[in-house]
Design a protein around this ligand. Structure first.
Ligand code: BGC
Length: 490
């Protein structure tokens, strides 16, 4: 198949031979298309973060209305993560089979359906079905959106595009904390859950007029569409060379099977992606995101309003602000320095939080209000969140989306993302039991230990990918897929 009914940019020839290719790309349209791609990635991230963060505020109302057991409440909370894991696995196949763009449309439809089921649920089991569906949509989007953006964006913007995704996740968490804070007294859990349909509708509206990624078109043999897509996003004067680079690479590849994903040749990127995905979660980020109120309560913030304000500002806001740093720096300083500095900051602050909890445990019988230990804990948690937000948060997603060769990228990204969701589920499911077994201090020190493991892993195994084209990154793994001379990096 060489032609399609995809929307085409006005004035773009159907085929390279059909009309002379203008040397100057239409700057306004390039700008607009990239802005729309950025909107797609931001809306996907917003939904991811919102659905992740909103449940903490909705739980008490659900409990009151449905009189559910603790177990069912845990299911209502955590099955979004399990749904997301399943969605992430299927998304790789969908992204290769139907394209990145249609896969994102499907995710938006799932979100909308899921959010409506949640908002209108007559009972707990229907609510669980809605949560699973929303989770599935989150999982599909968490694979397809960064994949789409990393394949469409030029090399010098790729890291920044994927960081935008992380920025949007943090904004989604912040908005969810805020919605919880505003709606908690009116017991409006149906509104809290239902309003995530709005960004999902916007996502569908944003993606429909956009092209799919040039790489996917080439893979499908739709070369004219690939050229049109390149012209809409690429500020280069040499579309033909770019297209040829993608085609040359594609000629050597078919869409890879799962066996190929696990082939010895790609073991290094496979291990790097999967290990970073798991380590990102084992450093405890979501234990802190989900249980921030409880942690602040244990640190001496006595009233629920002081806890939720501390969560909103110290966790929610700091997370958003520090992620801006990553968006600015990831393509300037590179992935490795950010990861290394960030894991040191995270590890040190977790050690401090652990020490403070040792003191707090000793003083709980004598004091009820916020103490100096509580304040130091707050500051250390701010340092932890800030360090995560400019390093492991965004950079892990950037790396996962750029290390796999294109024929297995869909499946590789899906696998790493599913591992990330599964690890998130493990940590959030067992955090409270872990605290019961080895105390808060022990738990935070365990997370700090994983920061140390991450530091060593990055130092030894993760190569710098800043500024490299996806084809050049592929050559890092010793493949024979050389990029033809003189091709501008994408
Ligand atoms: C992680 C999420 C986490 C978020 C916090 C993301 O990179 O994958 O699990 O909740 O960062 O900002």
């Amino acid at each position: 198949m060489t032609e399609s009914s995809e929307p085409r940019a006005a004035g773009v020839p159907l085929h390279p031979d059909e009309a002379p290719v203008s040397k100057r790309p239409p700057v306004r349209r390039i700008g607009r298309t990239l802005v729309a791609v950025a909107a797609v990635i931001m809306l996907s991230g917003l939904l991811f973060g919102y659905d992740q963060g909103v449940i903490s505020g909705a739980l008490s109302g659900i409990e009151k209305d449905f009189h559910v057991s603790t177990f069912l409440l845990e299911v209502i909370t955590s099955w979004v993560t399990l749904g997301a894991m399943a969605g992430a696995l299927v998304a790789g196949w969908m992204a290769d089979r139907f394209g990145r763009r249609l896969t994102i449309v499907a995710a938006a439809v799932l979100f909308i359906l899921g959010a409506m089921i949640e908002a209108l649920a007559p009972g707990a089991y229907v609510l669980v079905a809605g949560r699973l569906l929303v989770g599935f949509g989150v999982g599909v989007a968490s694979v397809a959106a960064p994949l789409y953006a990393s394949e469409l964006a030029p090399a010098h913007l790729r890291g920044r595009m994927v960081s935008l995704y992380q920025l949007a996740i943090t904004m989604g968490i912040f908005v969810a904390y805020f919605a919880d804070y505003l709606l908690i007294n009116g017991n409006q859990w149906r509104v809290m859950l239902g309003i995530s349909a709005i960004p999902a509708v916007l996502l569908a509206i944003a993606i429909v007029p956009l092209p799919d990624s040039p790489r996917w078109y080439v893979k499908m043999g739709r070369h004219a569409d690939a050229l049109a897509a390149l012209k809409r996003v690429e500020p280069t004067e040499d579309f033909d060379a770019d297209l040829k680079a993608i085609e040359d690479l594609n000629a050597k590849e078919q869409v890879g099977s799962w066996i190929e994903v696990f082939a010895r040749r790609w073991r290094r990127p496979l291990i790097i992606g999967v290990a970073l995905a798991a380590l990102q979660q084992f450093t405890g980020i979501n234990a802190i995101i989900y249980y921030a109120d409880k942690i602040f309560a244990a640190a001496g913030f006595a009233s629920p309003s002081s806890q939720s304000l501390a969560t909103l500002l110290a966790i929610g806001l700091v997370n958003v602000v520090a992620t801006f740093g990553a968006v600015a720096w990831v393509d300037r300083f590179g992935r490795r320095p950010l990861l290394l500095i960030g894991t040191v900051g995270m590890g040190v602050s977790l050690v401090v939080v652990g020490i403070m909890f040792e003191f707090l445990d000793a003083q709980t019988t004598t004091s009820t209000g916020t103490s100096v230990y509580g304040i130091v804990t707050l500051v250390a948690l701010v340092v932890f969140i800030a360090s995560f937000a400019f390093s492991l948060g965004p950079v892990v997603w950037t790396i996962i989306n750029e290390i796999y060769p294109s024929h297995i990228r869909g499946k590789g990204v899906a696998l790493a993302t599913a591992v990330n969701w599964f690890s998130a589920w493990l940590v959030s499911q067992f955090f409270l039991s872990l605290v019961g077994a080895i105390t808060e201090a022990g738990t935070f020190w365990l997370f700090a230990g994983f920061c140390a493991v991450t530091y060593v892993f990055v130092l030894r195994f993760v190569p710098e990918t800043k500024g490299k084209s996806l084809e050049e990154v592929q050559r890092l793994w010793g493949g024979d897929d050389a990029v033809p001379e003189g091709v501008a990096p994408r």
